[in-house]
Write a protein that binds this ligand. Sequence first.
Ligand SMILES: [Zn+2]
Length: 143
Amino acid sequence: MTNCPICNGKVEYNTELTTYTYKSHETQVSQSGEYCLECKEAFLSPKDLKSTRLEIANFKREIDHFLTTDELKRIRKKLHINQQEAASIFGGGIRAFHKYETVEVTQSKPLDILFRLIDSNKISFEDIKNILPQLVKTTFSKI
Ligand SMILES: [Zn+2]
């Protein structure tokens, strides 16, 4: 794109600090994209949007009181289980934790609460393993 489809002004590829608003909370993200030098309109490709997707999704999670991707991953690693093992214990399908940790999907509120309780040592991982069906226990006997 060389000219703005709105005002015919010159368009340049740039990275601009953009204010993002969610539920009346604001954050600033460095958003790359094509910007019109005249009317300041932004033209963002799917690739441009993808570059800020994780940052924006985690900002929304914080406002909605959900664990961020990094917090979720940290707690899972603390339990010494991989994403597949976590999914077989906590449900959600084989790719569930991959999705939660890459913001394709936000984890359910009950899972979020459970992970917070485990993280603050209010519930032990041993307690959870003890109530798992025998089939899951056998499959992941090394956990
Ligand atoms: Zn323009």
